[in-house]
Design a protein around this ligand. Sequence first.
Ligand code: GTP
Length: 655
Amino acid sequence: MKHLGVRLVLATLLPTVLITITLAPFVWSNIQNRLDHARTSAQAQLEAEYDVLLQDMNESINHALAVAEFPNIEHYLQSAQQTHSPYEEGQLKQNREQLDDMFKTLLTHFGRYTRLALIGKDGDEHFSTQHSGARTTKRNHSETRYFMEAMTLEPRSLYVSPPHLAPGIAGPEITTGVMDIATPVFGRDGQRLGVLLLTLDWGSLADRFLRAIDAQSGAVALLVDANGSWLLPTETSAMPFGGLLQTRWPDAWQAMQVANRGSASVGDNLLFFRTHDIRTHHFRSQAEQVFGLQNSQPWRLGLITPRPGLASLLAESPWKSALVILVYGLAIAFGLGWVLTNHRQRTLKAEAQQLSAEARDYARELADLYENAPCGYHSLNEDGVIMKMNRTEQQWLGRRADELIGKQKYRELVTPETRAAFDKAFQEVLRDGHEGSAECELICQDGSTLPVAIEATARTNADGFQYSRAMVFDLTERKQLEDLLTRQAMTDPLTELGNRRYLETQAAMEMAKARRNGMPLCLLAIDLDRFKNINDLYGHDVGDMVLQAFARTAKSQLREGDVLCRMGGEEFSILLPDTNPVRAEAIAERLRLSIEAATVTIGEDLIDGGNLTYTASFGVTEVKPDETSLKPAIKRADQGLYEAKETGRNCIVVA
Ligand SMILES: Nc1nc2c(ncn2[C@@H]2O[C@H](COP(=O)(O)OP(=O)(O)OP(=O)(O)O)[C@@H](O)[C@H]2O)c(=O)[nH]1
């Protein structure tokens, strides 16, 4: 999962980076074009601002100079300072009314002035005209800055105050931005007569200044004095009148400190600026000199315009933004989709590989189970030829796969004695019920035989029999066990001789053989004499020792093929194949003598000398060829034995 997370991050980042790298040159060039355009446009607007300001200021300065040099002004002020006859008073009044009309005309035609006042050299206002036409109370201007400054100036010089708030056009209670322009009035003889004051409506000038800006461009006009004090009206500009630029745009203020004109970055905006010093503008006007308040000049004009950038580019063209977002979205979606699909394929592949590995393991395990199963497996075609055989069965047979597979008929590995059982079972598999089983013996490479049980079924399809598949169980142990049980069932455990049942089994075979071969067959019945006394005198263990000694002695006297059995107690029988009665009697006699001569060591504590002797009585008879059972012969032999006992024991009677 961790790797998937990394791939998903890469799938997001890679398309993003590639698209960004592809688009970047176009976007960059577009932004640069817009930047150039913005710069050109801003500089043009700045120049327009400057021209407006320059033109208005020059006009106002020229107005002031023109009015101050108007002859009637000079004449009026000179007359006003003298005593007059009634006629002269009338002339003065008429003169004042003419001037008053002229002032009103000026105010009416040039809406930029809020007040025109003519002030005598003592500071007394001779008359004043407000823009509203209202005549105000005459006041003394001797303490005002403009009066004091103007009274020191040479002819054709002016004092221009910084813009400041004063009672406005709409009434004395409403303040507005104004600028005082004052110029001295001189007589023809150079006598200083007074001061002409023009109060400029700063708002109307600022409005014209602001209108020079293209409102669509989003640019902000900037005009501050030498101290950074904002000179534009609060209502129509970006800052309150009188506010400090350095608190709002410190970067802009910083940039404007080091150059008279130029541009700078202000946050996300561009600043274009230049200075304007009205004191030097008299070169473009009629003025000799223009004075302003110390430290208020030069003014700084500026334009703050949004810097064209990616955000403004996208904001200005929503469909382009949508297209860019779509391209990024599609690329990222493709990247994520590719990673997820790839991841899914990897997962499926890993699962498939795991399943395949498991299947291989399973198949290997099955093959191992098949090859090394504790039983044999083989498959035969319909001809009985071996198609497949597991390693276990190959090892049983001691044969290699290349000797068997496709070459060997299985029935040829079966002993002739048991082949019929195999053939029968195989036929059943081929036809009847497609199942068959048989117990038979296999012929091994070393010539030995292997008893096996075969359980076979047919594999079939729509076409019928395909092949037979068989499990083969090794019956060796079972046979050995059966043989052991059989042997135990037919063996006397004390003497390890065959018992009565064994005699009967052997007798059946010997009788059949004798009949077949026309050979004689005799039976001896033997009973130890006075055996009860041995038990009674020396104990049962000694009796057992005597019985075992008899078995050894008898065996030593008999040839291979003779069948010696213990019939029970101290009674024994011997079946003598290919032996006639005469010979049988001779054998009995030889045996009798051997027994008689034999001793059984039982210890001196039981008997003097430590050795016990014993004898036996014999009944001898011939098993007749026409007899189908041994019973008659046993009966006859017992009769002979009985007679031998009666005769005195340790003797032989042929019956
Ligand atoms: N020790 C021992 N004694 C056995 C065994 N089977 C039978 N006997 C004993 O053999 C004795 C047989 O005695 P009897 O039938 O009277 O015959 P006998 O003493 O040999 O006398 P005769 O046959 O007349 O000579 C009995 O005492 C049985 O208990 C055996 O396996 N071991």
